[in-house]
Design a protein around this ligand. Sequence first.
Ligand SMILES: [Zn+2]
Length: 369
Amino acid sequence: MPVPEHSSPAPTARDAGPAGAPQPPPPASTELSAFLATLPEVELHLHLLGAASVDTVLDLARRHPPSAVPVEREELARFYAFRDFARFIDVYAAVNALVRRPGDIAALVTGLGRSLAAVGVRYAEVTVTPLSHLAQGIAPQDLADALTEGRAAVRERDGVELARVFDVAGELGPEPAWDALGWVLRYRPEGTVGFGLGGPEVGVGRAQFARHFAVARDAGLHSLPHAGETTGPATVWSALRDLGAERIGHGITTVSDPRLLDHLAEHRIALEVCPTSNLRTGAVPDLADHPLPRLLQAGVPVALSSGDLGMFDTDLAREYRVATDVLGLRPSDLAHLARTAVEVSYCPEPLRSALLAAVDDTLPPGDRS
Ligand SMILES: [Zn+2]
């Protein structure tokens, strides 16, 4: 759903789309667009499947008829109109069922590279859920090879460096989580940086995965679980205490716990915050009330991210626009957000230093680190 540039007042987040879903505001001024074009971007919360563009999903749906996923563009946009988290999970499963061969994995990776390059992303940590693809019959080695080949193609063609986080859907429980971790440790495709925990949070305690994350950390993987998106700060505390979380996926309900805010700020544990995703899944009812400004005021490091950019019809540039147009951040705040994203990433040198320098070039001289 392309959004035209215009200067009329932004609709509010309560405005409804074709299927009644709340819509984020359109892009703002060309001045902001020009600033964003100079800002090198880093994406730390992206899911390979959910990030698939409409073009990629249409391609997959047409490769594998019949399926529950529409093969026409407008129908697919309606199919993607989420009202709550449960509906999102259903749609995610339907799209996942289209990924059946190594070539489908490669299509997801190369399609993502195109989408990221189009908005100036230079480095991304992409979450892949190996069990979802293995369950569709893709052989373990083929999955690793397709990811590695796709990553090389994206670097070559789009100039985007991709790293991987492999996660498990928590609702499957502890036993399948061992299978997921076993695959990661055995095949460990190039660019693997972390182990994650996704899926619904309600009724899926983080602590049951404590041993998995201990093994993952011992193997040199970073602990990057989701927590505090649809449940309260106790889940974030558990992710920190039981899983040794080094960043938190979402974590927006942290805002209601001053002690947790202080803890994250003091220990520089970042939240990967995805405003449009939170709106689409109903985790936040209105973008104007999104806790991002309060998190920043409390000194919490935030990596602004787009999450499932294809399914949520967003991208990182659009999230930056939301941060200014709806949440009142200034361009210099955006540059600081971009800097934080690099700092809390696992981006290797020399790209890391190059990105930091490029971000600093967008700041006023007195504001540079
Ligand atoms: Zn996520």
